[in-house]
Design a protein around this ligand. Structure first.
Ligand code: MRU
Length: 339
């Protein structure tokens, strides 16, 4: 495989490296990944995260194992195990299906080229979404975003953050409100880091402040990413996205989801069929990061911790894809089922 280098993932001189997102924003520490067990562990711990990136990371590992001479049977088993690492982002399943089809049709040696295509394609998809989305942003727009959707979640410039970065690059004078994104603080830790890298003016807020900002007329538009978009336009994204959408409708703030075609699941009829990952109680009982782990609730406090929620299509102003911005009318007419 040729060398592939992005902000958060790299394949260099035959070694696969993952930027440890646990250590951000304080340290940029890279971890070498040499086995399926290590990749599954990193995906589950969110050291590598974001819907497109986990699929790309798993694909690079499979190709790496093929180059090390693993048998087709072992590679099939590896793909099956990686596929199960997290349940909600359909990108992971799509990538594993693409790699398996290549393995079966062309053999193990073709996996390197397939993984390269998956990586390079994501870079291009991000640029396409960025251009589609930036065209919608008026000068001076104040954008609110949730979770992290940038170069730490994709191989390229990102989905919602890709649009933000492009609008900024075009000199539109935007300002971004960053939801901190409890419980794992992808906004506070990762999106702030990315805004700083991109030199986009931003303000960090607690998730619970978003409604008040909208009521005060300080938010002109909301941009979020997605882990899976169903055929009817309902979509799963980081928990908290649904309440943003409800609040946006109440305050008449345009609400856009930004995602590549690899996040659309035409086989999934609606949001009720999207599998939602449940995570550990400890994530809600306290917080962890580069500083270690802190718990503030009683040790045995019962917890409900779904990692994602589903936003119904009826609350979405537009679906910013890599090919077009779809309207509610187009989605109702079945535009997502034909992707
Ligand atoms: O649990 P995470 O951090 O992997 O969740 C990520 C998100 O919810 C993103 O918004 C989504 O993957 C789209 S990013 C391109």
């Amino acid at each position: 495989m040729k060398d592939l280098i992005s902000t958060s993932l790299k394949y260099q001189q035959g070694q696969l490296w993952v930027l440890d997102q646990h250590q951000l924003p304080d340290q940029e520490r890279w971890l070498e990944c040499t086995s399926v067990e290590a990749m599954v562990d990193m995906i589950r711990k969110l050291q590598i995260r974001g819907a497109p990136l986990i699929g790309i990371g798993a694909s690079l590992l499979l190709a790496h194992l093929a180059e090390r001479g693993e048998s087709p049977t072992a590679l099939e088993q590896a793909a099956a195990t990686l596929r199960e690492a997290r349940p909600t982002a359909v990108n992971l399943m799509n990538c594993m299906d693409r790699m398996l089809a290549t393995l079966r049709e062309q053999g193990a040696l073709a996996l390197g080229a397939c993984a390269e295509r998956i990586f390079d394609e994501d870079v291009q998809l991000c640029l396409n979404m960025a251009r589609q989305g930036a065209a919608l942003i008026e000068p001076g727009t104040r954008i609110l975003t949730h979770c992290n959707t940038g170069s730490l979640a994709t191989a390229g410039v990102g989905t919602a953050i890709g649009v933000i970065g492009e609008a900024h690059r075009q000199g539109k004078g935007i300002h971004v409100y960053v939801d901190e994104t409890r419980p794992l603080l992808q906004g506070g830790r990762l999106t702030c880091w990315e805004m700083r890298q991109l030199q986009v003016p931003y303000t960090l807020i607690c998730d619970s402040m978003a409604a008040m900002l909208m009521a005060q007329g300080k938010v002109d538009c909301i941009l979020v990413g997605s882990d899976r978009i169903a055929a009817n336009g309902d979509f799963a994204n980081k928990v908290g996205t649904y309440s943003l959408a409800v609040n946006a409708r109440y305050h008449q703030v345009p609400f856009y989801v930004v995602a590549p075609y690899t996040t659309v699941d035409p086989q999934c009829p609606d949001g009720s069929q999207i599998p939602i990952e449940q995570r550990s109680a400890a994530e809600v009982q306290g917080v962890s990061g580069s500083f270690g782990q802190v718990r503030w609730s009683p040790e045995d406090a019962p917890v409900y911790n779904p990692a994602f929620d589903v936003t119904p299509a009826s609350l979405v102003t537009g679906w910013i894809l890599d090919t077009a911005v779809l309207s509610p009318e187009q989605v109702k007419a079945g535009a997502l089922s034909h992707l």
